[in-house]
Write a protein that binds this ligand. Structure first.
Ligand code: ARG
Length: 483
């Protein structure tokens, strides 16, 4: 047991303590990277107008740029709470946002536009009422439609909204002008209406606690503007992406040709399979350590609770355990994950994977505790008494007689819990971890293809679960034979 503890401790330290050689200070930029040409993924890199401009400024100020991808509605919170230094995500300056962050000088003039199918009868704002309108959650498009037209359908990113429009699930998408042009250029059945809905300006956002960096940033931005660099960068990406899209229209192929093209597009082009590969390992890593943590917590709690039951001791501990079980089992794991990330570790810089391990471990611990407790209760009380009369202490009888049998009895239920846990980690994307599910999602938002990425992700989970069940089955057999 001791060995196990120190082993886990050592591994955790190696994994999470970011023991880097100290180089230049880091500048952490947050963004939501499905917003071409401002930010998007090329291969596994996040590129675009925002990363390039912020990269140039970071260079000038002597920082190493680190880019993190998260949902757009978390980007402002991240700089507000100090989780990141700068948000660069095609962010429109608004008064509400100004209350939370410091905006730099504007660097782009933008607008919200309406995208409709080629043959749509919708001509402008006046026709929108009552239509199925898609937006990206938390954006100015979302705000405009909610306040001036009706409740929209909110998507986690613009690309998914456009994909839904192209599939006939929406009548309209409201989106920023430049991304709209790029998205539309990649599909043949959509168009953008001429009349824009809003006029806006983009700026970068910094935390209010950071006025010095804000001033330095503004000065550097100003220089880039005077030198004409800002416009040059924007033009470069817009024309590059529009050109790339032109070459995409693939000739009609038979069903096999289509499948092959689809595999090429979803997995091979830009090495997209890497999202699944890396995501898979992240999922495995989170699940593995969370299971360990959950089992440790669960064992401890089960022993405390049954000891309290059988001997009437450990009253206070037992009470605390009950609170833990009630709270953890009474709230959704995704809410727990968000609380642990944004509230408990709000101000500290910890690895997200560690946060996920802690969240899923603590969550699973509650279920494991009850499973093991039911195992302990299933063992006849006489066995404990027999142990005691042989001269063993309570703890010795527990360890030598009760727990081994209990463990064997609950193995199927424990296996079930591990399987649930593995699949539950698929919500890690909520705190911007690229796990298996999120990896598939990223591919989907780049290729606008739902079928293959989702099937691939589902198959990988299925394979892992089958492997796990197989292993547990073997363990069960082994334990039976030892009887
Ligand atoms: N300009 C809009 C806003 O500030 C949308 C920005 C969305 N950006 C993104 N990277 N997804 O609300």
């Amino acid at each position: 047991m001791k060995f196990l503890f120190s082993f886990i401790g050592a591994v955790l330290m190696l994994m999470f303590c970011g023991c880097e050689e100290n180089s230049r200070p880091k500048l952490v930029m947050v963004t939501e990277a499905t917003f071409p040409p401002y930010e998007y993924r090329a291969g596994t890199q996040i590129v675009g107008i925002d990363p390039e401009i912020v990269g140039k400024i970071a260079e000038k100020l002597g920082y190493d740029l680190v880019i993190e991808d998260m949902s757009f509605d978390s980007v402002i919170t991240a700089v507000q709470t100090g989780k990141a230094d700068i948000a660069a995500s095609g962010i429109t300056v608004t008064d509400e946002r100004r209350e939370k962050v410091l905006f730099t000088l504007p660097y782009v003039i933008a607008r919200q536009v309406i995208i409709v199918p080629e043959n749509s009868a919708i001509q402008g704002k006046k026709d929108l009422k009552g239509k199925r309108i898609g937006v990206q959650h938390g954006t100015t498009g979302d705000i405009f439609v909610s306040q001036n037209i009706q409740e929209p359908e909110r998507f986690s990113n613009g690309a998914l909204a456009v994909a839904a429009l192209a599939a006939g699930k929406l009548d309209v998408v409201v989106l920023d002008g430049d991304p709209a042009r790029i998205h539309v250029s990649r599909r043949s059945n959509l168009k953008i209406l001429n009349e824009p809905l809003t006029h806006e300006e983009y700026a970068f956002a910094l935390g209010k606690h950071n006025p010095e960096l804000h001033a330095q940033f503004n000065a550097a931005l100003k220089e880039l503007q005077t030198a004409g660099t800002l416009d040059a960068v924007r033009d470069k990406y817009v024309s590059k992406m529009l050109e790339e899209a032109g070459g995409n229209a693939s000739a009609d192929a038979g069903p096999f040709g289509k499948l092959k093209n689809s595999i090429d597009l979803n997995f091979l082009k830009d090495a997209r399979y890497l999202y699944l590969w890396k995501g898979f390992w992240t999922t495995v890593e989170i699940s593995f350590f969370a299971v360990l943590l959950g089992v440790l917590i669960g064992f401890g709690i089960a022993v405390i609770r049954s000891t309290a039951d059988q001997t009437g001791k450990l009253k206070i501990l037992n009470f605390l355990c009950k609170i833990y079980l009630t709270v953890i089992r009474g709230t959704p794991v995704v809410v727990q994950l968000l609380i642990i990330y944004f509230v408990i570790f709000g101000a500290v810089d910890v690895s997200k994977v560690l946060v996920a391990v802690i969240a899923f471990g603590i969550n699973s611990g509650a279920y494991v505790a009850e499973i093991i407790r039911s195992g302990i209760m299933s063992i006849d009380r006489g066995q404990l008494e027999a142990g005691r009369s042989l001269g063993l202490s309570y703890w010795q009888s527990m360890r030598e007689i009760i727990l081994p049998q209990a463990f064997k009895n609950v193995l199927p239920a424990l296996g079930n819990e591990f399987i649930v846990l593995l699949k539950e980690t698929s919500i890690s994307g909520y705190i911007a971890i690229v796990d298996l599910t999120k990896g598939g999602d990223i591919i989907r938002s780049q290729t606008y293809d739902a079928f293959l990425p989702l099937m691939a992700v589902a198959l990988i989970y299925l394979a892992v679960v089958m492997l796990l069940s197989g292993l547990l089955g073997r363990l069960e057999k082994r334990l039976k034979r030892n009887e």
